[in-house]
Design a protein around this ligand. Structure first.
Ligand code: IPM
Ligand code: MN
Length: 347
């Protein structure tokens, strides 16, 4: 029997609630489809930081490297550890170290879910550059705490980094409806973003079948709200993609439905799958977190592992549950009830 080794990092807050739910669904579907998932749980989190002074052990990255994939819940407990410390100690280093340069986030309404827009028939796939750009971490502060203080944070865009994410976007568009929106702010940022636009035009020659349009990020943000049906694949830099995918989450009914995959397309290291919502400290461990984003992320993991039929089955299960109104009204159904409804719909 085929078997996949999965590193489970529930992390903080509702991360453990939703990871447990997703795991239940994944184990069930694995059983039904005749493959095995073996999960190894790592307690890396802000609690781990309080105990050890680190978000993960020094050899954490090397430990994870041997797994087929990573399923992560959420990172952050700002009351105890500043987000800038916790995220740079766990989530962001994994994305970079494992060259998970493509962050994929689907935005569409599940059946039974009411979004805030009149539009209902949108199906957008956001591809966010995930290893460089505005998140490069290049910068510093001098004269700290004085009136002369200076803070510098430099975005880094490399030809290799921009080319590979754009190619990934073109390929995704080819596998979908053939439309690519490439997002920059090249009217204001005249080096990096003009560079991105140039590379978009250059690669377009390799993909004559794809209808590619360059948008400025402000206009694209408005378009996601005013005309989301007009979009297919959207490709953007790290920060722009971060912001646009929160809009994507909002128009699909909320963060409870927003799934994501941090993909290493070359498969030189494991990819990581995580819901977009954070740790939500206010509802942690109350049993009311919506596990759908985590379950959907788990389906994306199965797809990446080559178990597409099982992945599709999980999505169908989620859709069957939401079509019956389960998990569609914030706070109405408990995490366990939503999970049970998805599991029941798997067979
Ligand atoms: C996300 C999150 C992270 C990001 C934070 C927590 C660092 O907002 O995955 O969208 O900005 O990448
Ligand atoms: Mn975000």
């Amino acid at each position: 029997m085929k078997s996949y080794s999965i590193a489970l990092i529930p992390g903080d807050g509702i991360g453990s609630d939703v990871t447990a739910a997703a795991w239940t669904v994944l184990e069930t579907v694995a059983g039904n489809f005749g493959f095995a998932l073996t999960g190894t749980e790592f307690p890396w989190s802000c609690k781990f930081f309080k105990d050890t002074g680190r978000m993960m052990p020094q050899d954490g990255i090397e430990t994870l490297r041997g797994f087929d994939a990573i399923l992560l819940g959420a990172v952050g407990w700002p009351a105890e550890v500043p987000d800038s410390v916790s995220l740079h100690g766990l989530l962001l280093p994994i994305r970079k170290a494992f060259v998970q340069y493509a962050n994929i986030r689907p935005h569409r309404l599940l059946p039974g879910v009411t979004g805030p827009l009149r539009a209902e028939n949108f199906d957008i796939l956001c591809i966010r550059e995930n290893t460089e750009g505005e998140y490069s971490g290049a910068g510093g502060r001098v004269h700290q705490g004085t009136l002369d203080e200076v803070a510098v944070e430099t975005s880094i865009f490399t030809r290799a980094g921009v080319e590979r994410i754009l190619r990934f976007g073109f390929e995704q568009a080819r596998a979908r409806r053939g439309k690519l929106a490439s997002v920059t702010k090249s009217n204001a940022q005249k080096y990096s973003m003009v560079f991105w636009d140039e590379i978009t035009r250059k690669l377009a020659a390799d993909y004559p079948d794809i209808e590619v349009t360059s948008y400025h990020v402000d206009a694209l943000a408005a378009r996601m709200i005013m005309a989301p049906e007009s979009l297919d694949v959207v490709v953007a830099s790290n920060l722009f993609g971060d912001i646009l995918t929160d809009i994507g989450a909002a128009i699909q009914g909320g963060l409870g439905y927003a799934a994501s995959a941090n993909i290493n397309p070359g498969r030189s290291a494991p990819s990581m799958f995580e819901p977009v919502h954070g740790s939500a400290p206010d509802i942690a461990h109350l049993g009311i977190a919506n596990p759908i984003a985590a379950i959907w992320s788990g389906a994306m993991m199965l797809d990446h592992l080559g178990e597409k039929a099982a992945a599709d089955r999980v999505i169908k299960g989620v859709e069957a549950a939401t079509a019956r109104g389960i998990g569609t009204i914030p706070g109405k159904d408990r995490t366990e009830a939503i999970t049970a409804a998805v599991v029941a719909a798997l067979t």
